[in-house]
Design a protein around this ligand. Structure first.
Ligand SMILES: NC(=O)c1ccc[n+]([C@@H]2O[C@H](COP(=O)([O-])OP(=O)(O)OC[C@H]3O[C@@H](n4cnc5c(N)ncnc54)[C@H](O)[C@@H]3O)[C@@H](O)[C@H]2O)c1
Length: 280
């Protein structure tokens, strides 16, 4: 989609972090943006800040794990702007890196509900609208480098699922001759508050302990601040990928060696090993 001006974008998890970075990049392209997030106070303040800067934006409180919320998000978008051209399935949470088998079923239910079912709900609700519009449209699914590499425990499992699902949807759209296109966003470390994901954990999922269990919050904050890319830079990558109709959006070239390492191990029949994180 080359022309973005006046087009309508919907971003989930848009109150902060990468979602906010995408919303800012879209606003700078002259798009109308629907910001959705489960964290209402931050959603309201982010939307107000963008509006004060002259942006045409609309806020909808949404829990992506709830299909009714996504239906309401689509309804509100169409009522407000009459169409939808870009959807970013971005909301995501992280529970830490304790061994997979010690994660509780509540950990699994929460992370799968947001990171995987949130994307499924977005695709099932918005793609039929985009196909019906029969105009250029684009979906961006936020996975992670964790979806392309070995490891990552339950977080990695959800992100690997988003990679596979997105690749499938790309093939289906192209083979069916449909107009919407899709991109898969796989960032490395970005300076956001994802290590504080527990702030949005619903009470119905009992909390098994602090995140990350093997780091202190101070160490996590330091790592994200020291090594994390600015969220707005990720938004700029996404704008370029939409313009180029590019599927794979890799924002951290320093992980190239890690992807090659994993691919080589698969092809050579070697058991998985990890390379140290880049720069450390
Ligand atoms: N920060 C990183 O290093 C990094 C790297 C790769 C991928 N990602 C992915 O990027 C996406 C955004 O994460 P971030 O790093 O900006 O973290 P973040 O915590 O700053 O932002 C996530 C946003 O999603 C919202 N959210 C949480 N649960 C939600 C729900 N159920 N429904 C709707 N909104 C919800 C939060 O309120 C928050 O505004 C996630 O999918 C994450 O897995 C992050």
């Amino acid at each position: 989609m080359r022309e973005l001006r006046n087009k309508v974008a919907v971003v989930t998890g848009a109150a902060s972090g990468i979602g906010r970075g995408m919303a800012e990049a879209f606003v700078d392209e002259g798009m109308r943006v629907v910001l959705s997030d489960v964290e209402e106070a931050v959603l309201r303040s982010t939307t107000a800040e963008l509006r004060d800067g002259g942006a045409d934006v609309h806020a909808v409180v949404t829990d992506v794990a709830q299909v009714d919320d996504i239906t309401a998000l689509a309804d509100s978008t169409l009522r407000t702007y009459g169409a939808v051209h870009v959807l970013c399935n971005n909301a995501g949470v992280h529970t830490g890196s304790k061994p997979s088998w010690t994660s509780t079923l509540d950990d699994w239910a929460w992370v799968l509900g947001v990171n995987l079912m949130g994307v499924v709900h977005g695709l099932r609700t918005f793609l039929p609208v985009m196909i019906e519009q029969d105009e250029e449209a684009h979906i961006v699914n936020t996975a992670s480098m964790a979806g392309l590499l070995t490891g990552g425990s339950l977080y990695g499992a959800t992100k690997t699922a988003v990679v596979s699902l997105s690749e499938t949807v790309h093939l289906e759209l192209v083979e069916d001759g449909r107009k919407p296109r899709i991109s898969l966003l796989c960032p490395g470390l970005v300076n956001t508050g994802i290590y504080l994901s527990g702030r949005n954990r619903p009470a119905r999922f009992s909390d098994a302990g602090p995140f990350p269990d093997d780091w202190s919050f101070d160490a996590a904050r330091k790592a994200f601040e020291e090594f994390g890319v600015r969220p707005r830079a990720i938004g700029d990558h996404v704008v370029r990928a939409i313009r180029e109709e590019r599927f794979y959006v890799l924002t951290h070239p320093e992980y190239e060696e890690h992807i090659r390492h994993r691919t080589r191990q698969i092809l050579d029949g070697e058991n998985p090993t990890l390379l140290p994180p880049p720069g450390r």
